[in-house]
Ligand binder design. Structure first.
Ligand SMILES: [Zn+2]
Length: 256
């Protein structure tokens, strides 16, 4: 993925070519059919992961994957540039320019996020035979106009695509689970423990279990899939786009 030398593939394997316009120019995208299976270490490890706004994700082993500092920095920068657009007069050339600056910065962050998501997803798939995550409500995602939220949703969506990609590549099971009350359930005794989004610690009044909120949720996610079974994500197509950068969300395609 990323930059591939197209010349190494026979012409029959190039299935689709498209020209994509990005904020910093035009790109030619080749879809190449390749056998992507690869050997990965033998393991029986299973992991549940929960996405929150605080961390990139938290897992059932109690680890938190931080949002990298450089991304937080560029996202702040994006917001600043975005505000600039609205300060300029409508139709003025200054506004168009500001829009261009915003679009290029946005693209840069999208690319950084993509590289980050790819690396994290690859590591997770190398270390685990089964990765369980929450299903994301894509229709909610498309309708969301709040920047911070939409950035985190978009990167989560991108991350999930990479998980499915590496899951296929390494022969791992990637399971998306409907996210009903995963954050409200006790991972030890199963009791409902209601909490608002600002409550960061799960504290069970039934069994006394205390745990960081997202880690508790990640454990619930993993235990649910083992108890009832989830929906395995099929990676139906082995087409490997030469670049995954800034892929548009397709509402119909991604809904299960
Ligand atoms: Zn409990």
């Amino acid at each position: 993925m990323g930059k591939w030398d197209v010349h190494q593939y026979p012409v029959e394997l190039i299935k689709r070519v498209r020209i994509v316009r990005r904020a910093d120019g035009y790109y030619v995208q080749f879809c190449v059919k390749v056998d992507s299976q690869q050997d990965a270490p033998i393991t029986t490890s299973e992991i549940g992961i929960d996405v929150g706004l605080e961390y990139f994700y938290s897992d059932s082993n109690g680890n938190h994957e931080e949002n990298p500092r450089y991304l937080r920095k560029s996202e702040k920068d994006i917001k600043r540039v975005q505000r600039k657009i609205y300060k300029k007069k409508k139709g003025a050339s200054g506004r168009r320019k500001a829009r261009g600056v915003y679009a290029r910065k946005h693209l840069k962050v999208t690319r950084q996020r993509n590289e980050h998501a790819k690396r994290i997803a690859r590591n997770l798939c190398l270390a685990n035979a089964k990765v369980v995550l929450e299903d994301l409500n894509i229709s909610g995602l498309v309708r969301n106009h709040k920047l911070a939220k939409s950035i985190s949703d978009a990167s989560w969506y991108n991350f999930r695509q990479w998980l499915e990609y590496f899951g296929e590549k390494f022969g791992r099971e990637i399971i998306a689970l409907p996210s009903h009350f995963t954050s409200q359930e006790c991972s030890r005794c199963g009791a409902r423990v209601y909490k608002s989004l600002s409550t960061r610690t799960h504290s069970c009044s039934h069994c006394g279990h205390i745990e960081q909120r997202d880690v508790n949720a990640a454990k619930v996610i993993l235990s649910r899939v083992n108890a009832r079974g989830g929906h395995p994500q099929s990676n139906a197509s082995r087409d490997v786009p030469s670049t995954f950068v800034g892929r548009k969300f397709s509402k119909s395609k991604e809904r299960q």
